[in-house]
Design a protein around this ligand. Structure first.
Ligand code: OXD
Ligand code: MN
Length: 596
């Protein structure tokens, strides 16, 4: 008797017509064999899929150069295929599932001729966790097969868990011929299904990540009463050894990974990482919010990673524990066969080739490493991995941090008055784009909860879902807006960031323990400046004060912009969120009246 899983794989094989089918077991020996195939047999254009890097400096580490058109997530080509457009919402590209399937079936037909179809069984979350999900991805490229081994718990357990069920999470992926005009990432939330074709890039091709663990999982969370979020999970250990767990949502280029791996500037504090990208949040039997990270790997941006910004990441990358580590689209030092990127410590090597393999000299206008060049490394290599990482229950969350990059407006840290007010802080997140992003520099992009590209349904309903989760929490986490990026009148950042952010985290920890007071303002609760531990920090008293200054005129424009953003969700926007907006507007009016 064949199982539904075997039948499904069989159907995909009939469609894609591979030469061979390989069911992966997720072992290291198997990964070594697949990497070998990527070095010796598989190519993208004329470039082998993998190249081994300097063994002494970078053990078990391989370099991958992508197709030049395939270097980032492609939001334009990403669709959420609910039967009706309204459920997908204005935040998503929508296509009817029948139309999407018809379109893609033609592209998948025969796309694996001459290739191997890899069947990858994997778990998102510890298989012993009640929150974990059993999944299968099919792919036709060694790079994705090996990356999925790093990013997920890939082994036969998933097959056992699936057993005779047919509601398992299904992903069909092919790089096909990398044609950007035939590239699509289609999600079918009702069927727990993703079809992705034409791209080998992480967010488009590692279907357990953004596609399942955020887009599909956010919809499952809506149906099942939990949250799938674009958040890091970290534990802050205080000098007495108590650990407080937090999650943090931040749009890209706000230092999310650096926060999860922070090296404390305050003696006695340690930060333990549990996740750098995705958190699944459930209401526990105790009425607290519990978080697991469904992933097991870190897929991070290389440029800017250095001993100053993220020393623990460099240790993780050099560490040898879980096979293998990958670099994608960095530059290469051809003398030493090592990866290189802008921002790495030390002198610029003399002989470099850029991410496309062309000779590159310092001072050249183009970047040597692609701005979105990446590493893929196991979280088990991190020296600061929390001992609770594999706990099937997850960790109880005491604080949720909502970050954004704003050169004005948002103070260094503000605590919400309550859950509803905190949800409003998340809804109104907007971040200024940087040169590294594809968007224009310095433009504000609204990105509620940093989930705009990842919410698998109408965001108005998502806001409502957040409010509903709050009602189920007996002991909800406190919620904080933070902003490390305020500048002075000369455009200089006033807050040193990185390891110094522990000063803000320490205040948050003390707030969750009711050990320190706060002052109420129109925006929320802010620290008494003396309550922040600024010993040894290079921030003047004047700058510190400015980091908390609030300008009512700027907020007037902001509130109007938030309201405009919310308009697009029409009646799906909860009235509670509109009321929060109104309340904020009124309190600024009152403050202005007091001044005049
Ligand atoms: C990521 C992203 O790669 O958010 O994590 O784009
Ligand atoms: Mn992310």
């Amino acid at each position: 008797m064949t199982t539904p899983l075997e039948r499904w794989v069989d159907e995909q094989a009939k469609l894609c017509k591979p030469d061979k089918i390989h069911w992966c077991d997720g072992t290291e020996e198997e990964a070594r064999r697949i990497v070998e195939i990527g070095i010796k047999e598989e190519k993208i254009g004329n470039t082998p899929v993998f190249q081994e890097l300097n063994k002494e400096a970078w053990p078990d580490t391989y370099f991958h150069r992508s197709h030049p058109t395939d270097v980032a997530r492609t939001e334009k080509l990403t669709f959420i295929c609910h039967p009706d457009k309204e459920t997908a919402g204005p935040n998503n590209n929508w296509m009817h599932p029948d139309e999407a399937k018809e379109k893609l079936r033609k592209l998948f037909d025969g796309c694996m001729k001459g290739r191997t179809m890899y069947v990858l069984p994997y778990m998102m979350g510890n298989p012993d966790s009640p929150y974990a999900k059993a999944c299968i991805q099919i792919t036709d490229i060694s790079y994705v097969a090996v990356s999925m081994r790093i990013m997920t718990r890939m082994n036969k357990t998933a097959i056992k868990k699936i057993g005779n069920r047919d509601d398992f999470v299904k992903g069909l992926h092919s790089v096909a011929d990398f044609d950007p005009n035939k590239r699509f990432i289609m999600h079918f939330p009702e069927e727990h299904l993703v079809w992705s074709i034409g791209s080998g890039y992480g967010g488009n091709a590692l279907l357990g990540k953004k596609c399942f663990s955020l887009r599909i999982a956010s919809y499952l969370g809506l149906k099942e009463g939990w949250l799938a979020e674009h958040m890091v999970i970290l534990g802050i250990e205080d000098p007495k050894g108590n650990v407080t767990y937090m999650t943090a949502a931040m749009p890209s280029a706000c230092g999310k990974t650096n926060l999860a791996m922070l090296e404390s500037a305050l003696p006695g504090y340690k930060v333990w990482i549990l996740g750098d990208d995705i958190a699944w949040l459930n209401v526990g039997p105790d009425g607290r919010l519990w978080a697991i990270n469904p992933e097991t790997g870190l897929f991070g941006v290389a440029p800017g990673t250095s001993t100053k910004t993220n020393p623990n990441m460099l240790k993780t990358l050099k560490g040898k524990k879980f096979y293998p580590t990958l670099f994608t689209n960095t530059a290469l030092n051809t003398d030493s066969n090592e990866p290189w990127w802008e921002g790495l410590d030390g002198d610029i090597p003399k002989n470099l080739i850029d991410w496309q393999g062309k000779p590159w000299r310092a001072g050249q206008e183009t970047k040597a490493a692609h701005p979105n060049s990446r590493f893929t490394v196991s979280i088990y290599n991190a020296p600061t991995l929390s001992k609770e990482f594999d706990n099937p229950k997850g960790v109880p969350i005491s604080a949720i941090i909502l970050g954004s990059r704003r050169t004005k407006l948002i103070p260094l840290v503000v605590e919400s008055f309550d859950w509803e007010h905190g949800v409003f802080m998340g809804v109104r997140i907007g971040s200024e784009t940087t040169a590294a992003a594809i968007h224009k520099e310095g433009v504000l992009r609204r990105d509620p909860m940093a989930m705009l590209p990842f919410c698998g349904y109408n965001m108005g309903d998502y806001f409502r879902h957040w409010l509903n989760i709050g009602k189920k929490l007996k002991n909800p986490p406190k919620i904080y807006a933070v902003n490390w990026f305020k500048v002075d009148e000369n455009g200089k950042f006033m807050w040193p960031g990185f390891g110094e952010n522990i000063r803000v985290l320490e205040w948050i920890v003390k707030r969750t323990q009711n050990k320190v007071g706060a002052q109420d303002t129109a925006l929320g609760r802010m620290p008494h400046l003396k309550a922040l531990n600024m010993k040894g920090a290079c921030v003047s008293a004047k700058e510190l004060k400015k980091l908390f200054e609030v300008n009512p005129a700027e907020w007037k424009a902001e509130i109007s912009d938030i309201n405009k953003f919310l308009d697009q969700f029409g009646s799906h926007t909860p009235k509670e969120i509109r009321n929060q907006c109104k309340k904020l507007e009124d309190s600024f009016k009152k403050e202005c009246a007091k001044v005049h």
